[in-house]
Ligand binder design. Structure first.
Ligand SMILES: Cc1cc2nc3c(=O)[nH]c(=O)nc-3n(C[C@H](O)[C@H](O)[C@H](O)COP(=O)(O)OP(=O)(O)OC[C@H]3O[C@@H](n4cnc5c(N)ncnc54)[C@H](O)[C@@H]3O)c2cc1C
Length: 400
């Protein structure tokens, strides 16, 4: 009997995970991708150490997906963080839990994992068609632009795993939105997530401090605060703590044209403690030296405090400023450099098996679905889990 045939379009984590499970279930799988090599965004994620997933309790983990949590729950339950770690270990990739609870491969990069994974897919007979850009359907068949010309393919089922639209030069451009919208699939606009924000720095501050980190501060917006690190950039500010607030900051800017970011530069020290230290005589020291010597404030921190107004030498006023630096964010950095994408195929447009209601036998997984999450391993986990889930439902549907 002929094997059922599935086309997986998109060779990122979601598509490759689906290809692995489908081929293991006896399906003939061909993976198509527009790029000359696979997993480019996964490899890029590896440059930052490849935060695969997170070790926090499951309920807390699921809550990170906000409004999409209820939609993603069945997929995350079927393929939880522990399953992802076991899967990586079975590929020969040892993992460890970092101090923040994030899970990384010991090698802190993606290439060994991708190499071992591709070898497994090869053993399972998965075929790859690279430099194949998907362009939609014609007469029910998938259409690709390939080096040898246009080709048409009519599989038994199709999994779309085309990613979001961040870092488009890695292959995920979001060009699928117009193709699917034409077919009546509801799509929430693709927006930058886990991204940087614009701040109108003074020229002096920008030139002197772009590239410098703000460490162990507390960043707040709209009643929520996050401890962590951020980086001053030429255009404004970015980094882990900012990414964690980025959805709310982005939405505030879209609504009001700007967003307020409050920074506490010494979150572990009370006002009273700071006032006491700052009340020490400063002798002949400049105010900057006094701040540096008494509280170990760095030049970037001191000048950040100065960006909004001149500093008063009064200890109470100084302490207040240290704990309440207020930045006005005037814009959101574009998708080009965002870590991930918000928006995508609405969960109302897919059934509980991740099949597109408007397009029977066509499924979707990964970042192209309408969810977002902070950094911390939540992005890859959801991509792997939705890819695995779609593969299982496709295999069941086509009788593999
Ligand atoms: C700099 C950076 C660092 C990151 N670090 C982390 C991290 O540490 N931890 C984490 O959890 N997440 C991280 N992410 C996010 C994570 O990499 C993505 O969420 C994940 O790769 C998305 O997987 P996916 O399979 O949905 O899509 P993708 O990985 O984007 O793959 C989609 C594939 O589809 C192909 N494609 C798109 N359109 C077409 C078309 N029309 N025809 C043919 N092929 C097409 C693309 O070429 C691409 O290969 C990072 C992202 C970036 C940019």
């Amino acid at each position: 009997m002929e094997k059922p045939v599935v086309a997986v379009i998109g060779a990122g984590p979601a598509g490759l995970m689906a290809a692995e499970l489908l081929s293991a279930a006896g399906v003939a799988v061909t993976v198509y991708d527009r790029m000359p090599s696979v997993g480019r965004k996964l490899l890029m994620a590896g440059r930052g150490g490849l935060n695969l997933t997170h070790s926090e309790p499951f309920e807390q983990f699921v809550s990170r997906y906000g409004q999409a949590a209820s939609h993603l729950r069945p997929m995350l339950e079927a393929f939880p963080p522990s399953a992802l770690v076991a899967w990586a270990n079975a590929l020969g990739i040892e993992t460890f839990i970092g101090s923040s609870g994030r899970v990384f491969p010991k090698a802190m990069k993606a290439s060994p994992l991708l190499r071992a994974w591709l070898a497994r897919l090869d053993r399972q007979g998965v075929q790859f068609r690279l430099r194949h850009a998907w362009r939609g359907w014609k007469d029910g068949a998938l259409q690709f632009r390939a080096p040898e010309g246009d080709i048409a393919v009519a599989p038994d089922a199709t999994l779309l795993a085309l990613g979001g639209a961040s870092w488009p030069r890695l292959g995920s451009t979001g060009d699928w939105t117009s193709i699917l919208a034409e077919q009546g699939v509801a799509i929430a606009p693709l927006l930058p997530a886990n991204c940087g924000f614009c701040v109108a720095w003074s020229d002096i501050f920008r030139v002197r401090f772009a590239g410098q980190p703000l460490k162990s501060a507390q960043f707040g917006h709209g009643g929520r605060s996050v401890r962590g690190e951020a980086m001053v950039t030429g255009y404004g500010i970015e980094g882990g703590a900012i990414y964690a607030l980025s959805a709310a900051l982005r939405d505030a800017i879209a609504k009001d044209g700007q967003a307020v970011l409050d920074i506490d530069l010494r979150p572990d020290q009370s006002d009273e403690h700071l006032v006491r230290k700052l009340s020490k005589s400063r002798g002949k020291d400049s105010l900057s030296n006094h701040l540096r010597k008494t509280l170990n404030l760095s030049p970037v921190e001191i000048n950040l405090m100065r960006e909004s107004a001149e500093l008063s030498p009064d200890p109470t006023a100084l302490s207040h400023r240290i704990k309440n630096v207020r930045l006005i964010l005037t814009g959101t950095q574009g998708l080009d450099r965002a870590i991930s994408t918000a928006g995508g195929i609405s969960f109302d447009a897919v059934d509980k098996n991740l099949m597109l209601k408007a397009l029977p036998r066509v499924y979707a997984a990964g970042e192209m679905l309408d969810w977002e999450a902070p950094t911390g391993g939540y992005l890859l986990q959801a991509c792997f889990a939705t890819g695995a889930f779609a593969a299982r439902t496709i295999a069941a549907r086509i009788g593999a």
